[in-house]
Design a protein. Structure first.
Length: 122
């Protein structure tokens, strides 16, 4: 469906609710996709204010973080400019998922987290 709508074949997969198991990981990898997992949940889906989203996200981000946001959230569009500004001011830069993830010599644990050389990545 994504390819039909956009002309782009997805390369990464995020499991609904972040719930991975070995069967799902096998299916994702069989489809030629790389499973990813977030480490910062904005909780925007709970209807919290833009200011609360900003505080939550900015306070939890670290190098390599993936922030979970939802397109149907009431306040995420209000929060995003401030999140981007504050994280940029702290020296973070934003990259595509393809730049962030390992493409070779990695394993994925049952939670969808990538590991390389025994070190956690995402």
């Amino acid at each position: 469906a994504v390819r039909t709508l956009t002309g782009v074949t997805p390369k990464v997969f995020r499991a609904p609710f972040g719930e991975y198991d070995d069967k799902l990981l096998s299916c994702v990898e069989s489809a030629g996709m790389i499973p990813v997992q977030w480490d910062v949940d904005s909780l925007d889906w709970k209807g919290i204010s833009g200011a609360e989203i900003v505080k939550r996200v900015v306070g939890k981000v670290k190098n390599g973080s993936i922030i979970l946001c939802h397109n149907n959230s009431d306040h995420i569009l209000e929060a995003l400019p401030t999140i981007l500004d504050e994280l940029t001011a702290k020296g973070y830069r934003f990259v595509t998922m393809s730049e962030l993830i390992y493409h070779e010599e990695y394993t994925i644990d049952a939670q969808g987290v990538q590991h390389k050389n025994g070190k956690e990545r995402i």
